[in-house]
Write a protein that binds this ligand. Structure first.
Ligand code: NDP
Length: 292
C-alpha cells in the first residue's frame, strides 16, 4: 500500500489556491514568498525551481533571488535585513546548504522569526519544543499530515526515527511525542539499528544513507516513511534510504521516493507561507494602529 505524498500534496495545493482567492478579497493582496538561492548547486537549483513553480501555481506572489556563489555573508545579511523590514514580504526562504564561507546558523538567526517559513529559526524551534505557537518545519509537518490522511493511529504506537538531524529527525520525533507515540530516536552511533527498527509500528527514516533499511529490518505491517533523498550512483535515479523493493513486501504502508515525502514538504511550505502572510498582515495592522 503506497502512501502517495503527491496525491495529498495536490489536495493541499487546491485548498491553498482557494484560500488565496479569499485572502486577496480580505486583504487586497496575495501572500508574498521570497526564495533566495546562493550559488549554483544543481540539487538546490532544482529544489528552488520546484518551490517557485508550486508557489506560482497557487497564486502567490513569488520573488526568486539568485545570488552568485561569491556573495558575501555581509551582503546576504543586509538583503535579509531589508526583507525583514519590507511590509509586503511575508515569508523568506534561504535555500540550504550555503557556500562554505557563509555561516549558515548566522543566516538562519537573522531571518525575522515571523517570516521564517522553514521553521528553522531558534525561536521557532523553541516554540515547537515548548508547545508554543510557531512555524513547524515543512518536512516533519508533511509527514504527520500524511499519517493523518491515511488514518494511521499515532497515539500509543511505537515510532522509531532514524536520524537526529535538525530539519527532520528531531522535530518529527517531537511531533510524534506530542501525539502520544513512544519514540525511539536513533543515529549513526546506534548499535544494532535493526533490533530497534524491527520494533517500530511507525518507522521514519531520515538518514541520507542509500540502502540503509532492508526488508528484514521491518516489522510486518509497519508504516514506513522514507524521507531520504539520494541519487543511485549506478542508475542516476532518485532513491530513498529504504530498499523499496524489499520493504514494500513487508510493510503495511510505505512512501515511495520520489513522490512521497518530497511533494508534501513543498505543500507544507505553501501552508506555512499563508500563515506567515496572516501573521504579517495582523502585525502590520497592529503597528499602524499604534502609530495613529
Ligand atoms: P542530517 O545530515 O542533518 O542528519 C542525518 C542523520 O542521519 C544524522 O542524525 C545521522 O547520525 C543519521 N545517520 C546517518 N547515517 C546513519 C546510519 N548509517 N545509521 C543511522 N543513522 C544514520 O540530515 P537531514 O535530517 O537534513 O536529512 C536526512 C535525509 O532526508 C537526507 O537524505 C535529506 O536529503 C533528506 N531530506 C528530505 C526532505 C524531503 O522533502 N523529502 C527534506 C529534508 C531532508 P549522526 O547524528 O550520528 O551523525
Amino acid at each position: 500500500m503506497l502512501i502517495s505524498g503527491k496525491e495529498l500534496a495536490n489536495e493541499v495545493k487546491d485548498q491553498v489556491r482557494e484560500r488565496v482567492e479569499k485572502l486577496k478579497e480580505t486583504y487586497g493582496r496575495e501572500p508574498h514568498l521570497v526564495l533566495i538561492l546562493v550559488g549554483d548547486d544543481p540539487a538546490s537549483r532544482t529544489y528552488v525551481a520546484g518551490k517557485y513553480n508550486d508557489a506560482n501555481s497557487v497564486g502567490f506572489r513569488v520573488t526568486r533571488l539568485h545570488l552568485s556563489a561569491a556573495t558575501t555573508e555581509k551582503d546576504l545579511l543586509a538583503l535579509i535585513d531589508r526583507l525583514n523590514g519590507d511590509l509586503t514580504t511575508d515569508a523568506i526562504l534561504v535555500q540550504l546548504p550555503l557556500p562554505d564561507h557563509i555561516n549558515e546558523q548566522k543566516i538562519i538567526n537573522s531571518i525575522n522569526p515571523h517570516k521564517d517559513v522553514d521553521g528553522f529559526h531558534p525561536e521557532n524551534i523553541a516554540a515547537l519544543w515548548q508547545r508554543r505557537e510557531g512555524y513547524v518545519p515543512c518536512t516533519p509537518r508533511g509527514i504527520i499530515r500524511m499519517l493523518d490522511w491515511k488514518g494511521i493511529e499515532i497515539d500509543g504506537k511505537h515510532a522509531v526515527v532514524v536520524g537526529r538531524g535538525n530539519i527532520v529527525g528531531l522535530p518529527v520525533s517531537k511531533l510524534l511525542l506530542d501525539r502520544n507515540a513512544t519514540v525511539t530516536l536513533t543515529h549513526s552511533r546506534t548499535p544494532d539499528l535493526g533490533s530497534l527498527t524491527r520494533q517500530a509500528d511507525i518507522l521514519i527514516v531520515a538518514a541520507g544513507s542509500i540502502g540503509l533499511i532492508h526488508g528484514d529490518m521491518i516489522k510486518p505491517g509497519a508504516i514506513v516513511i522514507d524521507v531520504g533523498i539520494n541519487r543511485n550512483p549506478e542508475t542516476g535515479k532518485l532513491c530513498g534510504d529504504v530498499i523499496f523493493e524489499e520493504c514494500e513486501k513487508v510493510a503495511g504502508m510505505i512512501t515511495p521516493v520520489p513522490g512521497g515525502v518530497g511533494p508534501m514538504t513543498k505543500a507544507c511550505l505553501l501552508e506555512n507561507t499563508v500563515e506567515c502572510f496572516i501573521d504579517n498582515e495582523n502585525r502590520n495592522r497592529n503597528s499602524s494602529m499604534m502609530t495613529i
